[in-house]
Design a protein around this ligand. Structure first.
Ligand code: C2E
Ligand code: CA
Ligand code: CA
Length: 757
């Protein structure tokens, strides 16, 4: 079963039914009954099929189910009327109660269905549609009273039949009010909605004529009433099979508008007609006139309320749009504009009142990771929680603003001797380090805070920027820290920006080079391979240390491209050397550093794979060095890449081992072959250095796991000898040689070379 219907179904339904309606209106007695039967069969079918096909959601089908029940009840009543003619006598007798016992619940079902639709379309709380619909209803009630109910009561007193007759136009009015509300409440006004309007109007007019005829006020043939009833029975099912019926039970985006011209006209009519009628109609009994006066008064009051509400909602809309311009939509905190405005206001009085204006620029550490890992919804949740925590720590006169994704600013003005900002910053660090209870569980996070102060004079935006600068310093010092702005920071930032600019395009300008540092087999003294280390000789800045430019390349993502170049260049050089040494010599390896950013990039595996294919290098001779902390920062993502690299056959090394999490327990989860003990440990060994037990333990454990060990930063004979004694496999360090350009390393390449030391 296809879960859909095109507009064709509704068109087909109308195409079948309209000729039947014509037949019913014009035809002979027998054809009339036949037409009526067909219309009802088609109608019930459409009501059964349409909602099932068009609506997937059980809840949205509910109102249509009620309409279907109403249709069944109408059918039963019609059949009874056809089979038992005495139920149709004019004026009606008590026999009429039998079909009406079905018709009354049918009406109630319709009312239930319409109000169900209304609730699902969820008109905005202050949508004027309710009042407008009420207005229409009041006017209808007024007219019904004046022309139908009151005269009936006046001529012949009240009977059950009369009351019942009056019931129909009244419930019709209620139904009309509900449909009018659907219509007036904004949102999509689709064919299905218009069909409902047609159905309800036909019903209202039909019942009105029926009642008037019963009251012997007019003479209409039953036939006209039947046709109107049939129109309802065509229009409702047609709505049920039209695809736009979905909008009837779906939440609509309601735009509260000012009074439009059409609405104004409707309101005016609704107000004028009862007033005019009330004035022109001859007076009836006292009770009759009192009810008429009351209804008329209600219309006037409703119009007044409507006008006042409409004006209020405009004021509210203006207020809301002003708030949108000055507040962040997610957290409802002031935004950068309002922050700057407020701080500028404080600055005006800072000097004379001896105030210190402090700005705390708060940036969440690794917020992006949370966003990437759990999605934006959780990210948003976290931001709202952070906003609440910040708000809980400040005084009422302070400002907490959100000025960017995960960037908040707290601004305060206080007498300078209090030094409130400093203690607040420390408090916020502690506050933000407490776990956040989110829908996905507890999330822990830290923040970096930059503080800038002014005693008047400084421009608000400048102050925000200074606090931002200080925040960068806090991040640089290892996160979860507070840093105070001072002017030297501005220079540091300027230097950094300059460096970043210069680094862009360094590769293209041929400013990058690779130096190689030998890695030696301790036992034999033979060369095992080289570590490739990147060098940058900037045309503008001169020689820049890797410690300075590598972090910037990582942060900006430039490392991805630079790293790809380095891999290619390193392998090219290695193959050149291996060719020089000839096939019989010990096969050399090259060890290349890979930054976390490259691991995450996703292209690394492809690049390495392509490189191995292009060069035909034995994969195990390409070593890739990954730092311990880089892997641990996001071990799941790292593992995917590492396993893929392992599958290519390359050798993976844990670099700077011992400086990061220092946890051996995760080592066996990683597909590594080599562990490089960080040089900070090596510098404290030999001659009973303090780190000897640690290095001994690391060697024992890594060997037990089957990894080979490289000791980095070996500078002295003592260190070498000690490591040799402990069974360390490979050694790298100044003791054997510094990293150098390839042309200065030729003495390492000749295969006979064995270190003399
Ligand atoms: P690293 O990976 O730990 O590289 C070893 C560093 O120790 C190198 O510094 C090397 O010159 C230095 N070194 C080697 N032997 C000794 C010694 O006996 N004593 C002392 N004191 N130092 C020694 P370098 O070349 O300045 O590189 C610094 C860091 O920059 C590297 O640390 C690495 O993290 C990073 N780096 C260098 N090149 C690259 C690269 O191409 N890609 C990536 N991602 N990072 C690189
Ligand atoms: Ca390294
Ligand atoms: Ca290292």
């Amino acid at each position: 079963m296809t879960k859909s219907l095109g507009t064709g179904a509704a068109r087909l339904h109308l195409a079948l039914c309209i000729p039947l309606l014509v037949l019913l209106a014009a035809g002979l007695a027998w054809s009339r009954s036949a037409a009526m039967v067909l219309i009802m069969v088609l109608g019930v079918t459409a009501l059964a099929v349409g909602p099932k096909r068009l609506l997937a959601d059980e809840d949205q089908r509910a109102p249509w189910r009620h309409i279907r029940y109403a249709a069944y009840l109408f059918v039963i009543a019609t059949v009874i009327r056809a089979l038992v003619p005495s139920t149709m006598a004019t004026p009606p007798t008590t026999m009429a109660l039998i079909p009406n016992a079905f018709v009354v619940p049918a009406y109630l079902y319709l009312g239930w269905a319409y109000s169900g639709m209304l609730r699902r379309r969820r008109a905005a709380e202050d949508d004027p549609a309710r009042i407008d619909a009420l207005l229409v209803g009041l006017a209808g009630a007024f007219l019904t009273w004046t022309f139908v109910i009151a005269p009936a009561i006046d001529d012949s007193g009240m009977t059950v039949m009369r009351v019942l007759d009056a019931f129909f136009p009244i419930i019709d009015v209620v139904l009309l009010v509900l449909v009018a509300q659907l219509l007036l409440a904004g949102g999509a006004r689709q064919p299905a909605l218009w069909l409902l309007v047609v159905a309800s109007t036909a019903m209202f007019v039909g019942d009105l004529l029926f009642t008037l005829r019963d009251a012997e006020m007019i003479s209409v043939s039953q036939h006209v009433v039947d046709v109107l009833f049939a129109v309802m029975f065509v229009a409702l099912p047609a709505a049920a099979v039209h695809p736009s019926m979905r909008t009837l039970t779906q939440p609509q985006n309601i735009v509260v508008r000012d009074l439009g011209r059409v609405r104004l006209a409707v309101i005016a009519t609704v107000m004028v007609v009862p007033t005019v009628v009330a004035t022109l109609m001859p007076l009836g009994s006292l009770g009759n006139n009192l009810v008429r006066a009351l209804l008329c008064a209600l219309v006037v009051v409703a119009v007044l309320v409507r006008v006042v509400r409409s004006n209020n909602s405009r004021v509210r809309a203006e207020r809301a749009s002003r708030r949108r311009a000055t507040h962040d939509a997610l957290t409802d905190l002031p935004n950068r504009e309002l922050l700057a405005e407020t701080v500028a206001g404080w600055a005006g009085r800072a000097e004379e009142e001896g105030l210190e204006i402090s700005l705390l620029f708060i940036d969440l550490d690794r917020f992006k990771m949370i966003n990437d890992h759990w999605g934006h919804r959780v990210g948003d949740e976290l931001l709202c929680e952070v906003a609440a925590r910040l708000g809980g720590q400040v005084r009422t006169q302070d400002i907490v603003a959100r000025i960017g994704g995960d960037e908040f600013v707290v601004a305060l003005a206080s007498p300078s001797h209090l030094r409130l900002a400093d203690s607040l910053a420390e408090r916020l660090l502690v506050e933000l380090a407490r776990p956040f209870r989110l829908s996905v569980g507890d999330v822990t996070l830290s923040a970096s805070i930059g503080v800038a102060k002014s005693y008047g004079g400084a421009h608000a935006l400048e102050l925000i920027r200074d606090a931002d600068t200080a925040m960068y310093k806090a991040k640089g010092s290892g996160r979860n820290a507070v840093a105070l702005f001072d002017t030297s920071l501005r220079e540091q930032i300027r230097d950094r920006v300059k460096l970043e600019q210069a680094l862009r395009g360094a590769a293209r300008r041929g400013e990058l080079a690779v130096h190689f540092q030998p890695i030696v087999d301790v036992r034999t003294g033979e060369l095992d391979g080289f570590e490739a280390l990147m060098r940058w000789n900037s045309a503008e800045l001169g020689f820049v240390r890797p410690d300075e430019f590598i972090p910037i390349a990582e942060e900006t993502g430039m490392i991805v491209e630079m790293g790809a170049w380095l891999l290619r260049e390193s392998v090219r050089q290695l193959l050149e050397w291996r060719a020089e040494r000839g096939p019989g010599a010990r096969p050399l390896h090259v060890s290349v550093n890979v930054a976390v950013r490259q691991l995450r990039d996703g292209n690394l595996v492809t690049i390495v794979d392509q490189l191995l294919r292009d060069t035909g290098l034995d994969p195990s001779c390409l070593w890739l060095e990954i730092t311990e902390s880089g892997v641990m920062a996001d071990i799941e993502t790292a593992l995917i890449t590492l396993n893929a690299l392992d599958a290519l056959g390359v050798t993976l090394c844990i670099d700077d081992f011992g400086t990061g999490y220092s946890s051996l327990s995760y080592l066996h989860r990683l597909p590594v072959g080599i562990v490089k003990i960080d040089r900070s440990f090596i510098s404290r060994i030999g001659a009973d250095g303090p780190d000897e037990p640690i290095v001994r333990a690391v060697l024992a454990m890594t060997h037990a796991m089957g990894h080979r060990v490289v000791a980095e930063g070996v500078e002295t004979q003592d260190q070498r000898d000690w490591l040799h004694g402990q069974g360390c496999d490979l050694i790298q360090g100044w003791y054997y040689g510094k990293a150098d350009r390839p042309e200065n390393l030729t003495h390492w390449i000749s295969p006979q070379k064995v270190a003399t030391a």
